[in-house]
Design a protein around this ligand. Structure first.
Ligand code: IMP
Ligand code: MG
Length: 186
């Protein structure tokens, strides 16, 4: 059991500890930094809301001049299963034409959300689009062709919370990735 946390009675298992997350994010930052030219005009696009904590930590491990932008799309309500319906709730502020876009996602599950976002951003003629995701659930992938450039961790087909990820908008502020007790998912 997790001690000294307001959510401790809700958590069944911590699947990625805080130190492990931070170490991997350092590596991802180095990989991403090496993959661009330092003269590239790069915009990190955070997919709200789940990716904000990952983006905040990852950006500080990237040794390039980058700008931030935010996009809010929705494919889930209170449920844990993808509806396949993606709605744009907030679009980018920046014009991405001829600029390098790095999409920052919390988790890729079916891949439907990301596919839709990439297709839409492509029509705006960016110089490139790359994707970094903290977590990947390959077992659940519907969009088999989806190209993910940087991937933090592959995880099994379990619904996870923490480090930005929510269940019913709660648990985003846990500093690690965890699975909730069965009775909490209802
Ligand atoms: P996809 O369209 O099925 O790939 O769903 C991607 C989005 O669903 C992610 O950006 C998350 O917001 C949400 N999601 C998928 N799996 C989980 C999970 O295990 N925990 C929390 N949110 C999830
Ligand atoms: Mg999300």
């Amino acid at each position: 059991m997790v001690q000294g946390n307001i959510f401790q009675d809700d958590i069944a298992e911590v699947i990625i500890e805080e130190e492990v997350l931070q170490q991997r994010i350092k590596e991802l930052g180095a990989e991403i930094s090496a993959s661009y030219d330092e003269r590239d005009d790069i915009i990190m696009v955070c997919i709200l809301r789940g990716a904000i904590i990952f983006m905040a930590d990852l950006a500080r491990q990237i040794n390039l001049s980058i700008k931030f932008d935010f996009m809010d799309v929705s494919s889930y309500g209170q449920d844990t299963n993808s509806s396949g319906v993606v709605r744009i709730i907030k679009d980018l502020e920046e014009n991405i034409e001829n600029r390098h876009v790095l999409i920052v996602e919390d988790i890729i599950d079916t891949g439907l959300t990301l596919k839709h976002v990439i297709e839409m951003l492509k029509t705006r003629n960016p110089a490139s689009i790359k994707v970094v995701t903290l977590l990947d659930k390959p077992e659940r992938r519907v969009e088999k062709q989806l190209a993910v450039d940087f991937n933090g961790f592959e995880i099994p087909d379990k619904f996870v919370v923490g480090y930005g990820l929510d269940y019913g908008e709660i648990y985003r502020n846990l500093p690690y990735i965890a699975v909730l007790k069965e009775e909490r998912y209802s």
